[in-house]
Each structure stands twice: as C-alpha cells, then as structure tokens.
Design a protein around this ligand. Structure first.
Ligand code: FES
Length: 172
C-alpha cells in the first residue's frame, strides 16, 4: 500500500507508516514526523522510537540521534498550545529573554532552566514553551511562534495578548 493511499482513507498506524516509507530516501525523518503526528500530545515516546528502530532496521542510537538533533521532534508530551521563543543573538539583543520570562510567568510555569533543556510544559498541559536557536527571520526580531504562526517584532504586551487569546483554561 502506498503512503498516499493510506493517508487518503484514514489515519494510519505506526506499523503502516513504517511499512510505507522504509527503504526510501529520507524515510527516517518522515517516519518520525508522521509518528509524532499520531500521538495526541505530539511527542515520540521511547516505545515509539524502539518500534521505529525495529521496523526500519535502524540502530536505536541512530533513531534517537535524529530525534534529538531536530528541535521539531519532542521527546516528552506537549501541551495543547505551543509557544516557541527564538533565543538567537538577534532576538536576544531585542529582548527575547523578557519574552521567554513573560510566557513562562503568564502560563504559571516555574523551574525552566534554559541551560539544561529547551522546552517545558505547564502542569495543566495547557501549553508548552520551547526555545529555538533561530527561525531564520533575524531582520524581524524578536520572533515568537504561537501554535505554528510566526509573529515578528514581538513586544511583551503583544505576547501577553497572544497568550490571553489562547484562552487559558478553555478553547481558543
Ligand atoms: S535570531 Fe531570532 S530569528 Fe534569527
């Protein structure tokens, strides 16, 4: 069965995703991306990584290396909403640390250590806050992505407004 045929009919299982893609160029990246999309909380569990390694005949260490190299992949359950703050040089010099602190405070998230990890999820799983090294939009710094939409020249006030529009405790 082709991957196109699978996608048209229904959500495929992990085994079907692996079967449809394995052996093709770029298969591992595509399988990881699709596998993450299957999971309600958009992450790759250890069990999923093991099944992908087994199903593709790829060493688990390789699968794990790819999953940890790309910031797109999450190895822990993610919140309903996603806020990604760019912490590259251009954004940093234009106030991205204050934006990061604003996001964490507004979402009631304590204990984020930027030097130890790049993401954290609120205890109520309402949102995850993540940092990235650069969005490639440095001329528009500081840049923040909220639920997949990039926002440029973000101020503390604008970010606070964006977060309140998420409707903490309810739907958008
Ligand atoms: S440093 Fe933030 S977009 Fe490049």
């Amino acid at each position: 069965m082709s991957s196109t045929a699978i996608m048209k009919n229904r959500v495929p299982s992990l085994d079907e995703i692996i079967e449809a893609r394995k052996g093709k160029a770029g298969a591992l990246l595509g399988i990881l991306e699709d596998a993450q999309g299957l999971e309600e909380h958009r992450y790759l569990s250890e069990d999923t990584l093991r099944r992908i390694a087994l199903g593709t005949g790829t060493p688990l260490s390789t699968v794990y290396s790819v999953a940890t190299f790309y910031s797109f992949f999450n190895l822990a359950p993610q919140g309903k909403h996603s806020i990604v703050v760019c912490r590259g040089t251009a954004c940093h010099t234009r106030g991205s640390l204050e934006l990061l602190e604003t996001a964490l405070a507004r979402l009631g998230i304590d204990g984020f250590r930027e030097d130890e990890c790049n993401s954290i999820t609120s205890l109520d799983a309402f949102a995850s806050v993540r940092t990235v090294a650069c969005f490639g939009q440095c001329a528009l710094a500081p840049v923040v992505e909220v639920d997949g939409t990039l926002h440029s020249r973000v101020t503390v006030g604008k970010l606070a407004s964006l977060i309140s529009k998420l409707g903490k405790g309810g739907d958008k």
